[in-house]
Design a binder for this molecule. Structure first.
Ligand code: NCD
Length: 343
């Protein structure tokens, strides 16, 4: 099969509204619902594109994308790299461990350096909340947040929405949003940028969100953001349509938050028995990396027809292709980026 080059779906945004008037993608919290739906619609073409044998387009030919990762990553870094390459861009990865950050360079000096190299898009992962915005304020090209501290991880929430949409569609769910669905997010909510971005994205898409964690891992004030907050997993699972599990982010913990991993598994691990408390065909999600046998048992993580964890990884590439495509449209002079001034 020959690979068709995808074309922009610029007709899909609401009349009178601009499709995606943002230069950067820093937070789901700064997107409107129609902007989220637009990015999801744009990503669909790349899901199909990525399933072809030959998957190389020239959409971003000549552009340089820098992935600057100041924290470890497998899926996010690889999928941004694959996304850029499949779109024909020159992709360069900067690992903080090998960079001048280790020599004491400030984040602002690093940003100015990246900017001087005339990158056309910069993807940043950083351990500090707000670091991505700080860099965005210093550079002239689009900046994509690949996770900043405990703040946000917007492309993860978008790819999760895309993966969930595909899973629901396979079950005959025809609506394009998640109205009427209950999603339970369980795990280390306190340290999770994935949880924060997903709460905002799922709710913008119409879902009811329940959170579940030990009391020490629930952020203060989060009850004002969601429908329900639970400390007991069984109650949080009752009738849920989607169960999203999160890892204990030990590297962000300053002190002892749980008595022991064994006790944590006993109270908050997703086992087959527990999953039976959710809706009969409930979907299981996890952003990865998983700690099998702690927050999720292997037989649940690998359960055919229920777990969409590998589907989330597949959608990650498509979603990141859509984000890189949409955010570079203004620079490429392509219609459909918003056709006005940046917000
Ligand atoms: C998450 C992250 O880094 O925030 N991983 C990811 O991007 N898939 C979640 C985690 O590290 O637990």
């Amino acid at each position: 099969m020959t690979s068709a080059t995808p074309s922009p779906a610029s007709s899909r945004f609401p009349a009178g509204r601009r499709a995606f008037p943002h230069r950067d993608l820093i937070a789901i919290g700064s997107l409107e619902r129609h902007e989220i739906l637009y990015l999801l619609a744009e990503a669909e073409q790349y899901v199909a594109f990525n399933r072809q044998a030959a998957k190389h387009a020239e959409t971003l030919a000549g552009l340089t994308i820098i992935n600057a990762f100041f924290e470890n990553s497998t899926r996010t870094l690889l999928s941004f790299e694959i996304a850029g390459k499949r779109l024909g861009a020159d992709v360069v990865n900067m690992h903080a461990a090998q960079s001048s950050v280790k020599k004491g360079e400030t984040l602002i000096d690093t940003a100015v350096t990246l900017n001087a190299m005339r990158a056309d898009a910069i993807v940043i992962r950083h351990g500090s909340s707000g670091a991505t915005q700080l860099i965005a304020d210093k550079v002239d090209c689009p900046v994509l947040n690949a996770g900043d501290g405990q703040h946000e991880h917007p492309t993860q929430a978008l790819l999760d929405a895309l993966a969930l949409r595909h899973a629901l569609r396979a079950k005959g769910h025809v609506a394009e949003d998640f109205t009427g669905l209950t999603v339970t997010i369980c795990g280390d909510i306190l340290h999770s940028r994935v949880a924060r971005s997903n709460i905002l994205c799922l709710q913008a898409m119409g879902a009811t969100v329940r959170l579940c964690a030990p009391p020490a891992l629930i952020p203060q004030g989060v009850e004002t953001m969601v429908a329900e907050v639970h400390n007991r997993f069984n109650a949080a699972l009752a009738g849920a349509d989607v169960v999203m599990m999160l890892r204990l982010q030990n590297e962000r913990m300053d002190g002892q938050f749980i008595p022991s991993p064994r006790e944590y598994r006993h109270l908050y691990g997703l086992t087959q028995d527990r999953l039976a408390l959710a809706a009969p065909d409930a979907v299981v999600m996890h952003p990865g990396p998983m700690n099998r046998g702690i927050e999720i048992d292997s037989d649940v993580a690998d359960m055919p027809g229920r777990s969409i964890i590998t589907g989330q990884v597949e959608m990650g590439v498509a979603m990141r292709m859509a984000c890189l495509d949409v955010l570079t449209r203004k620079a490429r002079g392509v219609a459909g980026w918003g056709d006005g001034e940046w917000l």
